[in-house]
Structure formats: C-alpha cells, structure tokens
Design a protein around this ligand. Structure first.
Ligand code: GDD
Length: 359
C-alpha cells in the first residue's frame, strides 16, 4: 500500500489555508500546519476557519521570523509537499509598515526555502505569489509580463518569486510560484474590500450599520473564488516539472460593480449608504488587474467555474446569515427584518462551512 502523502501548510488558519486543508484531507493527505504560538493559545478566535477540521489536522507552533523554529517543524514533519501561504497579505498595511512586511514576506520565504533545501530537498514547494507583482503593468497580464509592483507588499512578493525561482534553478528544488489574482469567499478577512462590502451590506439590511466607507471605488480586480484557486495550487505541485502560473478568471470588475451587485441582492440602493473616505485611498493604487490564465488551463487543466455574481451572492448571504444570528443574540428577531425569503438563498451547508473569521 502506498504511504499517505504528507503536506505542510504555512498560513493554514487563513482563508486559503482552510480551503486547501479541506482539499488535501479529501484527497487522503496527512495535513500539518504551521501557526503562531498565540493562535494555539486562542484557538476559538484565531483558528476559527479550521475549527471544523481540528481533529484531522496536526498543528505546529513556529514563526516565519525564526529560521530555527521553521527548520524544526520541517525536520519533524518531513513533508512531501510544502504550501507556503503565510504572509503579511494586506496591501494597505504594507504602506504603514514596509519593514515588517519585508521581514515576514521576504525573510520568511527565504528561511522556509532554505530549511526545505537542507532537510527535505525532494519535497515539492509552492510559493503564494500575487497579481500585485504586476502592479501597473498593462492588462491582461500573464507569466511573461514584466513586474511593476506598486507597494511594499507587491515588491516583497516579487522578491519571494525570485527566491523561489532561484532555489529551483540553483538547487534543483521542485519549487513553483502561483501568481493568484484576488480570490474571495465568506471566509475572507474583514479588511479586504469584498468582505467589507458583503458584511456591511448585511449589517445595513439588518439595521446594525448605517453607512459604508470606501476608498477608490473605480479600482478593477479579477476576482475569483478561493475554493477553486487552492485547487490550482495543488495541481502545480502534481506536475513533473516545477513552473510558475497565473491563476485568474480572465474577467475584471470594479469595486463599484461589486458594491452594486452585493447591495442589489439584498434589495438595497448602495448610494444611500456609500461615503467616500480618503483614509482608505492608497498612496499608490493598482488600477486594473486582469489575468490571462491560458497557461494554467493548458498545462494544469485548471479553469474557474464560479462567476463574479455567484461569488458576491454567496458572500452576502453568508454574511446575512452570520449577522442575523448576531441580531438575534442582541434580542432582535430575524423575522423583524423580513429575512425569511432571503435566507432560503443561502448556499448549501457543504459550500458554506466554517465561521468567517473576525480578522
Ligand atoms: N481593503 C479595502 N478597503 N480596499 C478598498 C477600499 C476599502 O475601503 N476601497 C476601495 N478599495 C480598493 C483598493 O484600493 C484596491 O484597489 C481594491 O479595492 C482591492 O483591495 P483589497 O480587497 O484590499 O485587495 P488587494 O487587491 O489590495 O489585495 C488582495 O489581492 C491580492 C492579489 O491581487 C490581497 O488578498 C493580497 O494579499 C493579494 O495578493
């Protein structure tokens, strides 16, 4: 009987880590994850996205800022596949603290690659690159497009990409980089614009909020569903040769369109509540991201199926469900908000597992 494949995931408690864990467990992998020590101490809050999987995952405390701690976990787990998803992933924050963004995103990636080279050189390695690496490059972008990052976050991901490529070329590591465009879900953190919109739409509908403050509503992104994107990561590591791939839908939509679409699902006019707020405008914006994922389609057989509208719909009805429970707990009845017809549109439980995290 062939032995179980063993995967090690950094960032396992995040949106992508939770979907990837489900995918790998479903394929029979033994799944290990690296989390920060503070998360182990506060699992209720910090591990909420993987709470439903807790008995099937093996978690290890380590920090991306400590090479010895990473080395120890890699040596203990001896993984066949390593998925490096952990990062300071909020672009806006990278303008406030460029230094810690580089520390975590660049050094953390370097430490992990180095530990893999020294301990498990035959392990397959996935680096979570980003469409932010393309920055202001003209759309559509593909694997040959020159990088023009517009933030410390984007620059840190370009550095991680080059580290990954260099470990592949210099040391023969099976190391691949996924250049994933924005990918969302009900498990998305509240700081990202789609979740901010879906959660506030739900709260406004329920009378729990009265406005939505946004920065630049004209920015355009290529938004897909995270559950489908983690399948692209896995497929990259099943290829005989390591390589780099764009994962995207090939459609671009503005923040304004996401806002209109989401509010429309709840029968709300967003312009009654929208306040433009300069505090959410970035010092340097990426105006348009649009990915050309032909290579992933041809080599990996990967194509996205969930549309922009389906994504918005799943997110807003999931938040409506979440905040209805909040409202009920505050002594308000869900019926008071005429929710019954809408709740029937909530996607089935299997697609909607997990509690959205508060951060
Ligand atoms: N977060 C946020 N909040 N963004 C806003 C707001 C607001 O109030 N108003 C407008 N935006 C605009 C941002 O300026 C940006 O153009 C767009 O909405 C999307 O912002 P985010 O949702 O924060 O995502 P992001 O595109 O910066 O980065 C995400 O996608 C990358 C892949 O392209 C993150 O997930 C990154 O980690 C990821 O690499």
């Amino acid at each position: 009987m062939s032995k179980l494949k063993r995967a090690l995931i950094t960032g396992i408690s995040g949106q992508d880590g939770s979907y990837l864990s489900e995918l790998l467990l479903g394929k029979g992998y033994e799944v290990h994850g690296i989390v920060r020590r503070v998360a182990m101490e506060d699992p209720q809050h910090r591990l909420s996205r993987i709470h439903h999987l807790k008995d099937r995952l093996q978690l290890h405390a380590a920090s991306l800022e400590s090479y010895p701690s990473l080395m120890k976990v890699v040596a203990a787990v001896c993984p066949d596949e390593v998925y490096h998803l952990a990062a300071q992933s909020y672009v806006s924050y990278s303008f406030e603290d460029e230094f810690s963004t580089f520390e975590v995103n660049v050094n953390g990636t370097h430490y992990l690659l180095s530990a893999c080279r020294d301990v498990v050189p035959s392990a397959r390695f996935y680096f979570a690159g980003s469409s932010e690496m393309f920055g202001s490059a003209p759309a559509p972008q593909n694997e040959s497009t020159a990088f023009r990052p517009r933030s410390a976050y984007g620059i840190s991901k370009v550095a991680g990409y080059h580290l990954t490529r260099n470990y592949r070329e210099a040391y023969g590591l099976h190391a691949s980089c996924g250049m994933l465009y924005n990918h969302e879900s009900p498990r998305r953190g509240m700081e990202f614009v789609t979740r901010k919109i879906s959660s506030l739409a739900a709260q406004i509908k329920l009378g729990l909020a009265s406005e939505i403050r946004l920065g630049n509503p004209e920015a355009r992104r290529d938004w897909g569903h995270a559950r489908e994107y983690v399948e692209g990561m896995w497929r990259m590591l099943q290829q005989e040769q390591p390589d780099d791939y764009v994962i995207a839908t090939g459609e671009t939509h503005s923040v304004r369109e996401f806002l209109e679409c989401t509010f429309d699902f709840l029968g709300l006019d967003p312009y009654k509540y929208l306040v433009l707020d300069n505090r959410f405008v970035r010092p340097a914006e990426v105006d348009v991201l649009l990915g050309d994922m032909s290579k992933a389609r041809e080599h990996l057989g990967w194509t996205p199926k969930i549309s922009f509208r389906e994504l918005a719909r799943e997110m807003v009805f999931s938040d409506l469900d979440l905040y209805s429970r909040v409202a009920v707990n505050e002594g308000k009845s869900a019926a008071a908000f005429s929710l019954a017809p809408m709740i029937t549109h909530i996607p089935p439980a299997a697609e909607n597992e997990g509690t959205p995290a508060a951060d």
